[in-house]
Design a protein around this ligand. Sequence first.
Ligand SMILES: [Zn+2]
Length: 272
Amino acid sequence: MAGADYASNDHVALKTDLPLIGDAGYHIVSLAELVDRFRAEQSGRPAHSHGARCVAITFDDGPEYDAVDCLHPTLGPQRSFLGTLQDFAQSPAGRGQADICATSFVIACPAARKVMEDTTRSGPYYLHAGAMNDDWWSGAIDSGLMAIANHSWDHLHPALPRVAHSRQARADFTQVDNQGDADAQILDAARYIAGRTNGRAVPFFAYPFGHYNRFLVEEYFPDNRSRVGIEAAVTVDGRPVRTTDSIWTLPRFSCGYNWTTPAELLELLKNA
Ligand SMILES: [Zn+2]
């Protein structure tokens, strides 16, 4: 939320984008559904009956603005992503998207979230005191329109006095290159998030900064599937998902980076 228009405010952009995605011929599905379809296509099983191409919507970092409307100090009232999804679901266009459910990737560590609040009180990453709470996670799941998933223990956030990493690596998730550090960032986060959602989080991971490495993709995730409980992971490599992709590096397009206007999003969807 840096301004009031599409290019500077993801909340404004989402409201415009939801009907646009349907108009472009896409079915909006949960990330779980997208992963199911990806697996089916990868293994050569027949595609789902929907036929149409699909889009899964995700949000990273999890301020409560994902699910709770807020009053921005200079921009005024802001509809949450969940509120925007609910408004859309009740509209004529939304009734044609009966499977819509977005996924919010949240940061687990309460102390780390508190530091993030204290260090980002203005600018495009504006957070008010308490904005990074985890009280909204379970209610968001109850809505049926939002799932909660794992965005690491502390994001190796550069503002933190200490991060859960053996070499205190910050702002570089490629440094999570061994079992101990991966457990501290991914398994511990999964356990905390499961605890706060009565075990109802979805089994997906979003790499902080979109950073991944050979260890995580080829060893940690595939070898620890049942122990860690993660079934797929997403990057920010800006391209469509292909059956040739790894389930551990599913790419995503990011609003504000890969597109900044509705016309640019339409172009991405047409060419996908
Ligand atoms: Zn992030």
